[in-house]
Design a protein around this ligand. Sequence first.
Ligand code: SAM
Length: 203
Amino acid sequence: MTKWRILDLETAAHPDAHQWVDPVMADAKLFEPIEPNSRLVDPVKVAALFIYLNKTCFNGLYRVNRAGEFNVPIGDYKDPSLFDEDVLRKDAAALKGAIVKQHQFSHMPIVREDFYYLDPPYHKTYDGYNGTGFDDDEHKKLAGYCKELAKAQAHFMLSNSDTPLVRSLYASYHIEVVEASRSVSCKGPQRGKESELIIRNYQ
Ligand SMILES: C[S@@+](CC[C@H](N)C(=O)[O-])C[C@H]1O[C@@H](n2cnc3c(N)ncnc32)[C@H](O)[C@@H]1O
């Protein structure tokens, strides 16, 4: 399991952050000159470059290839706002003391009465975040995991597409239909408002 400490967003709002990313922005081969994050040790530079990538890549998507390397194409922005100091400071305050872990959902410990928010790759939409996809079987396993959460009297909220499979997997829970904006699809007409489901095992 990979375990990361929250990067220090407070210092990513550092006035020097532009100094590190401006030369990269000026380079036409935008993504190639960036040293892989794994070789960078200064957490401020790692955070600054990560935010820079996120703000300039296609629709703010985070996706890796099978080798675990970031592989999102360049986005189409005229003058992206890179370092919003006010937002970064608020994020830093909200995440103070938090620990972020990355692993399969099935490895997430089930703790009685804890709250779980699950935001999986949506059924029948884009699922290529990590090179392995998320097919119907994965959705069924996720529904099984939610059943275990409910058994342990944990609370869960899950967002997903409004499809017959999702409705049938979660038929015994509260299902609410909401209109949500989608921005990850590369097909323009698929972006915009979509009807989605919010599923909860509590009122
Ligand atoms: C719809 S996105 C969630 C985006 C996230 N809520 C956010 O705001 O950035 C789906 C996420 O599920 C992750 N994912 C895919 N397969 C997974 C698995 N088996 N276990 C845990 N997470 C998985 C993907 O890497 C992706 O980050």
